[in-house]
Ligand binder design. Structure first.
Ligand code: FHN
Length: 601
């Protein structure tokens, strides 16, 4: 812990203990709070989206419905009374809780989070508070009870997903647009009591639960006060439980980490993406589908490969986060074969390499050209995606020498290493490479010392530097990187301290700076601060019509009288930010006229 972090961690620990004493929710489990130890060590879990929506499986009235399978009620505009008749057809005769838990275990997953109720309001457990549950179906078996038991038999920690949003319950607000039940009959306090009653059932009837994974917190009737009350309920019922940040209102949309401020929830929940950097001291878990849908769609064949999924696991662990990988079972209770095949392949990889994933922390490198890295004490696990053609693996910026190097799959065969300046070179020519990722272990014997990322040089030929998310520094507080029309851009820029940074070396000259940015009109007007080598350019972010409509804006200019090797940084000026700063696709720095270098005069 650096001195800079100490006050923050100390205050967080103090906050946590104060909060625990007062029954308030803490923003994050302080390091002294060991609730999350098992979860941090687990690194890998199974997400299961299962419910009535698996019956239509993405099709309604003979037509494919837009969107993901579990949203069919909303996306196909199915009236409540029509959708709820699906319960009369829910009879998953092939459901085998032990087979599901065993598949998770053999894949190397340590916990499992299943939808106890999704947005459609249907409960997969025997709820005393509702007739809209699994006991009202031909199946008449409590799925949560069977799965909790099977998880424990297989050594998997059970977790519950539960949706705050509910398109079925008459007291939930807002109504979905085509729901003609009068909103005046709804009482959202009564709905909140119902929600808390079901959560109480889930946390008092099925034994110890590892995680309460809330979702659907984004609509307006749900607020911080309700989220805080729900978080405290979960902690009262099971003090050791972890509750995700979607219990409250602090989530930064799909980027998943919290906006500034003290919000309830023990970990951030990036969705369908991995944050560009890990954030020291923040617990987060990326949840992801194997194809494009959470709930089963018969027509979704866009499966990610096992290699992609293994590399995503390496990416999340390498940045100090967890990976929650989804399966969407069919209506009759089967895990789709494409999902099972991928999980078995991941399991084969984990059977050799789990030591580089479980109980690890983020690696010390900002970026690695050939893969990722996790650390465990003074040991580095290099997760190599791309085999070096020369047979020599360059570990950039590693300033102290490893005591021993070997492939995790061949621990008895030491690998030769040597030093080249600030780099360590490992001879991996004889290593049998796994096409997904090969783990090369460096036993350092002491804390690894790593030099800052090498400078990213500007192109000297035409005096233009183009700064993008792909060549930015991977530092904490970097905004999330999303893809808009297939192009990377910084997004969810909602934190006043968020900043995009690049290493640049520029020769003397006068430079004009422009930005390709997008900003929804109601968020425009914040002041961005672009700086390089002590020169600051302040510019008001213009409205461009939407977060997807990019335009080029002039930021200003600066003069260098001598060559400068420094950081180019874009952030919010003065730390004052309303809503979000902008989406930023690139910064262009154009030399408009050379000027003399004083040293050369
Ligand atoms: O709307 C849900 C969606 O159906 C799915 O459950 C994902 C999984 O994290 N969460 C919400 C979308 O962010």
């Amino acid at each position: 812990m650096t001195a800079r972090q100490a006050p923050r961690v100390l205050s967080r620990a103090l906050l946590f203990f104060l909060a625990a004493a007062l029954g308030a929710c803490a923003a994050r489990p302080a390091p002294a709070d060991h609730r999350a130890d098992w979860w941090r060590e687990a690194r890998f879990g199974m997400f299961i989206h299962w419910g009535l929506y698996a019956i239509p499986a993405g099709e309604w009235d003979g037509k494919p419905a837009p969107g993901t399978g579990e949203w069919i009620m909303r996306n196909a505009k199915i009236p409540v009374t029509q959708y709820e008749t699906l319960k009369d057809r829910f009879n998953p005769v092939n459901f085998d809780a032990h087979a599901w838990a065993r598949l998770a275990r053999t894949a190397g997953m340590k916990y499992l989070v299943i939808t106890t109720k999704h947005h459609d309001g249907f409960a997969l457990f025997d709820s005393a508070t509702s007739d809209y549950d699994v006991m009202a179906t031909p199946f008449k078996r409590d799925i949560m009870a069977e799965l909790a038991r099977a998880c424990r038999d297989e050594g998997i920690t059970p977790g519950w997903y539960h949706s705050i949003l509910d398109w079925h319950h008459p007291d939930y607000l807002p109504r979905v647009p085509w729901d003609n039940r009068p909103a005046s009959d709804a009482d959202f306090n009564r709905y909140t009591a119902y929600l808390e009653a079901q959560v109480t059932e889930l946390l008092t009837r099925y034994g110890p639960i590892g995680v309460m994974w809330f979702d659907g917190e984004w609509e307006d009737h749900w607020n911080h006060e309700r989220g805080k009350h729900l978080y405290e309920l979960c902690r009262r019922l099971q003090p050791g439980i972890l509750v995700n940040n979607r219990v409250d209102k602090g989530r930064n949309d799909m980027a998943g980490l919290d906006r500034e401020g003290e919000w309830c929830g023990d970990f951030g929940t990036p969705e369908q993406e991995v944050p560009s950097t890990g954030i020291p001291g923040v617990d987060w878990e990326s949840c992801m589908t194997m194809n494009d849908t959470w709930g089963f769609r018969a027509d979704d064949h866009n499966w990610k490969s096992a290699t992609q999924l293994i590399r995503t696991l390496c990416d999340t662990a390498g940045k100090g986060g967890n990976f929650l990988l989804n399966v969407g079972p069919t209506a009759d209770g089967r895990i789709p074969p494409e999902s099972a095949e991928r999980l078995e392949a991941i399991g084969r990889w984990m059977s050799v390499n789990s030591g580089a994933i479980y109980a690890t922390s983020a690696g010390p490198f900002e970026r690695l050209p050939w893969g990722r890295c996790t650390s465990k004490g003074s040991t580095l696990n290099l997760l190599v995606f791309d085999r070096p053609e020369s047979g020599l693996l360059t570990v950039p910026g590693l300033l102290n020498d490893p005591r021993r190097a070997y492939a995790l799959a061949e621990p008895d065969r030491p690998l030769r290493t040597r030093r080249e300046g600030t780099n360590v070179i490992v001879d991996v020519s004889g290593v049998g490479f796994d096409p997904a990722a090969t783990v090369i272990v460096l036993e350092m014997g002491s804390k690894p010392k790593v030099a800052p990322l090498a400078v990213t040089p500007i192109s000297d030929t035409n005096g233009v530097a183009v700064l993008t998310p792909s060549n930015c520094r991977a530092l904490p507080a970097t905004p999330a990187i999303e893809h808009i029309e297939g192009v990377e851009s910084f997004g969810y820029w909602t934190g006043p301290k968020m900043a995009a940074r690049w290493r640049l070396s520029l020769p003397p000259g006068e430079y004009a700076v422009t930005a390709e940015l997008a900003c929804q009109n109601d968020s425009a007007g914040n002041i961005m601060d672009a700086s390089f080598a002590g020169r600051h350019m302040l510019a008001k972010v213009p409205p461009t019509g939407s977060w997807q409509k990019f335009q080029t804006a002039r930021l200003g200019s600066f003069v260098l009288t001598k060559a400068e090797n420094a950081e180019f940084c874009v952030t919010t000026s003065g730390g004052k930010l309303a809503k979000a700063l902008m989406n930023l696709r690139k910064i262009t720095i154009q030399r408009v006229s050379p000027s003399h270098d004083k040293e050369s005069e």
